[in-house]
Design a protein around this ligand. Sequence first.
Ligand code: NCD
Ligand code: ZN
Length: 355
Amino acid sequence: MIRLPGLIDPHVHVREPGQTHKEDWDTATQAALAGGVTMILAMPNTKPPIFDASTLDLALDSAKQKARCDYAQFLGAGPDNADTVAALAPKAAGLKMYLDSTFGELRLDDMTLWMPHFQKFPKDYPIVLHAESRTMAAGILFAALYDRPVHIAHVSLKEEILLIKAAKERSIKVTCEVCPHHLFLTAESPSPSGRGDGGEGRLAVRPRLASQQDVDALWENLDVIDCFATDHAPHTLAEKDSENPPPGFPGLETLLPLLLTAVDLGRLTLDDIIQKSVINPRQIFRIPEQPETWVEVDENTTYEIKAAEQFTRCGWTPFEGWKVKGRVRKVVLRGKTAFEDGKILAEQGYGRNVR
Ligand code: NCD
Ligand code: ZN
């Protein structure tokens, strides 16, 4: 049995308000605890998006009633809310800016719309960018021009990790995260859906799954990766198997088993997990330490990942049937057992807003 500190997942789509048929603050935080995650940072692309005081209250009210693990909520950058979100910064995890297309309505196309956010959002709170490929290069230029920290979400390409490496070498204030699905799946991975139509099907995700060369580059540059983040983005099976599958995978419950399996294979160390899932996210997002909080893992149990055993509401996983080594046995959160032997013990409302 090994003991780890509670993991922090800086990128979770809780889906509440507005799309609770996919997930809500109750099921998302159950999935977190079952995965050894004791704190989640929630993304703002809900319905409505979280972009001002009243929508922030909407999310935080639900969270306060339902969350079983600790949390903070991101604000979304819109075309005309730079003053509003800057004033709300102390109540939020940070600011999320969508600079490329994905699920939701928060995309900012024009660079003139980025400028007021970079000018006004307090520098002691992070700006997180969804920015792929050349858009990422523009985002890193903004970090340099405005001399402020940016955190790049879900890096997936070789060119991206090499660009971030070069920017760090020049002391530009950039950090980044990588998702397990971009470390363990490629565009050639067999789709777990029965559709076989050559489309993305269930494997639709943004950023898209990449080539083996890209995946190799991420593994070769582990030292450039600051955080592991799931980008837990649940959509129901019916939605994923529809004509227009929305992009996104659930990930909270498979993060730690996949990483522990990589440790078993010698691709990663336990210290890497602690650094990238606890210490670095805590520092980047200025999160207080969670006292008396730990995860007990049975490192020798081998088992098969099964959607049927998960707590997420979405009912599927891209890792169905994968054999993994390392099972979360027990999670203690602020002195209370929150999860043990497959059962959620923390009650709704036990989770605290860390802002
Ligand atoms: C996310 C979602 O469904 O909210 N989808 C995804 O494919 N990652 C949005 C996002 O993070 O881009
Ligand atoms: Zn996301």
